[in-house]
Design a binder for this molecule. Structure first.
Ligand SMILES: Nc1nc2c(c(=O)[nH]1)N[C@H]1C(S)=C(S)[C@@H](COP(=O)(O)O)O[C@H]1N2
Ligand SMILES: [Mo]
Length: 511
């Protein structure tokens, strides 16, 4: 290999190494932001993920929801993380360039300041920006100090010795790694703490008490107790949001306002709402974007008040429709008639409403697809003519009543020559009257056993069916009949645009 003359440009500054230091500094910065903010909108990747979700073409989002499912939202978060690192690395790189001309002692602080500035522009949150800046600055400063120890150069102006550069990179790795791990651990810890909500406003505990305990006990008792099948009150209630981070809403500052075509706007504080005489209702929710046999169908016991008790004082005389608006920028519109049976929930399963499910308060619109059950609700606007909601602007038709479905979630070999299949069935306010099972691909049908209905007008049921194990592989098909006597539609449809339909079937092994 030909020996190179030192002091050519390439020898003076291997750009790949500088870029690597910048990337490491960017990673540390993202970790610093996470340490301070955890997974909230103050975390730099939060607004970026939200921006992607909002600005990407509807078709891309729909592909993410329908084809990729949960992977789609994970992909969104990963993309946002990568973009955050690149953004910070870019800012650090610019600072390194500047540092080359300035004294080496300022390289760290300059990198810190530029990353903090970028973070602040993205999140608007000062504290998490400082966290990001400090972490970045530490990496750059340590890398620089170690690399140039005893070498009287400014950062980036080279001694002509590649070992110096290598030391700089190693130092950057050695500081960025623990910083990134530490930031992740700290943020994850904060995340766990914040997932158990405690309201900032003391209203007693309207969501707890003997009534709630009795209803929850009733749900436990009525559950069929099939291993692996969610009980009638879900252990793990699904979450679907337009953003990857939950908005942080302080109950002491939260208000719910009734606006639009009303005689007079009315506003409620958290205490106003949560000190009204509470009701406890079982209500199931199902997402229009889930797959036919998906798991985005759940049930809970909600505590709250009839939503019209809050709307009527405003005086609603005309108006066809209503737009619900939320603290995360989400909005959905639907006919006023559907609001009439609506509920405003501030409690869930005996606890204060969790952040992920809409704390301080959310709407529950019986029998309708999940999307109009707006979380973090801040405004109820009465409209005089229809408008598109967030998802309808993106081509969905998810504001109407749910489709009837019977899902098959568990297949068990009972070990006594029989098999057992089980699942949930749901038809919104129409209720579930019957679930049938075929173990021969749809030729013959038998009735499944249903769980006793829970009190309420919008609740799912569990079903189970046991049968003698055939020798061969066979096709199990399930279908539900709703409370109006209508059989679940057999016609197969993708979730987009108006919810999945068809009969769930599954191939089961024989003996
Ligand atoms: N503010 C707000 N409300 C929202 C959403 C949202 O992204 N933001 N998602 C909707 C959708 S698509 C569904 S399916 C339900 C899910 O409610 P859950 O997350 O409590 O299960 O909330 C709805 N309410
Ligand atoms: Mo949804």
């Amino acid at each position: 290999m030909a020996s190179r003359t030192p002091r050519t440009l390439a020898d003076r500054l291997p750009p790949a190494w500088t870029a690597l230091v910048a990337l490491l500094a960017g990673t540390a910065g993202v970790a610093g932001s996470f340490a301070v903010a955890s997974f909230t909108p103050a975390f730099v990747a939060g607004p970026i993920a939200g921006f992607l979700a909002r600005r990407l073409p509807g078709s891309v989002i729909t592909f993410g929801i329908v084809v990729l499912g949960d992977l789609g939202s994970q992909l969104n978060v990963v993309t946002a993380l990568v973009l955050s690192v690149l953004l910070f690395a870019g800012a650090a790189l610019a600072a390194l360039g500047l540092g080359r001309r300035l004294d080496r002692l300022v390289a760290g602080p300059v990198a810190a300041a530029s990353v903090a500035a970028v973070a602040f522009v993205v999140t608007g949150a000062l504290v998490s920006s400082l966290g990001a800046g400090v972490a970045t600055g530490v990496v750059v400063a340590v890398a620089d100090l170690v690399a140039t120890r005893g070498v009287p150069t400014t950062l980036g102006s080279e001694s002509g010795n590649p070992r110096t550069e290598r030391r700089r990179v190693l130092a950057a790795v050695a500081t960025a790694l623990p910083l990134a791990v530490g930031g992740y651990v700290l943020g994850a810890q904060r995340q766990r703490q914040s997932s158990t909500t405690e309201s900032t406003v003391d209203v007693g505990q309207p969501w707890a008490g003997p009534d709630v305990d009795a209803l929850l006990a009733e749900a436990t008792e009525k559950s069929l107790g099939v291993d692996g099948l969610e009980p009638l009150v879900s252990d793990q209630f699904y979450e679907v949001d337009i953003n990857s981070t939950n908005p942080t809403v302080d109950a002491s500052e939260w208000t719910l306002t009734v606006t639009g075509a009303v005689d007079e706007e009315v506003s409620y504080s958290y205490a106003d709402v949560a000190t009204m005489d509470p009701e406890h209702r079982f209500v199931s929710l199902r997402c229009v974007g889930e797959s036919l046999n998906g798991k985005k169908l759940d049930n809970a016991l909600w505590t709250g008040v009839p939503i019209m008790d809050l709307v009527e004082p405003a005086g609603v005389s005309e108006g066809c429709c209503v737009m619900l608006r939320a603290a995360d920028g989400f909005y959905e519109e639907f006919p006023l008639s559907a609001l009439r049976d609506g509920f405003l929930a501030f409690g869930m399963n005996g606890d204060v409403l969790p952040v992920g499910h809409g704390y301080p308060a959310r709407a529950l619109i019986p029998g309708h697809w999940g999307e109009i059950n707006v979380k973090w609700l801040t405004e109820i606007e009465i409209l005089e003519r229809p408008e598109d909601g967030y998802w309808e602007k993106r081509g969905w038709h998810g504001t109407g009543p749910v489709n009837t479905v019977a899902k098959l979630h568990v297949v068990t070999d009972l070990g006594d020559g029989r098999k057992r299949v089980a699942g949930h069935a749901y038809a919104g306010t129409r209720g579930i009257e019957r679930v049938e099972v075929s173990v021969d691909g749809g030729r013959t049908w038998a009735d499944a056993t249903l769980s006793e209905p829970l009190p309420g007008t919008d609740v799912w049921r569990q079903w189970l069916y046991s049968y003698d194990r055939p020798a061969d592989e066979h096709e199990v098909v399930v279908r539900a009949t709703d409370g109006t006597g209508t059989l679940q539609s057999r016609e197969e449809a993708s979730p987009f645009p108006s919810g999945p339909s068809g009969w769930v079937s599954r191939t089961v092994q024989g003996r």
